[in-house]
Design a protein around this ligand. Sequence first.
Ligand SMILES: [Zn+2]
Length: 94
Amino acid sequence: MRPEINAIFHAHDQSALEFADELKIPCTEREQLRGSYELAKEANKLLGLRKDIKYFVLRKHGVISMGETMEEAGRLAEYMNKMARNKTQRRGRK
Ligand SMILES: [Zn+2]
């Protein structure tokens, strides 16, 4: 689907999950069993609708960060984690 993507990071980033709506992070429609074909289909559906995204949430599971290189995908995952943790701290939690 995305020939420019060569690297995919997957993380169970609780801060990003918690603040996905607030940070306007695209999210899969339904929660699906981890590692299932249905989960892959959910991700595929989102990527079909949003052809430009490089970062999204798998509902109630984790995040996917994509890039042309490992470095790009990794930096994006770190950046989004930092943005989400900033939100957490502003609410007075750690
Ligand atoms: Zn996972």
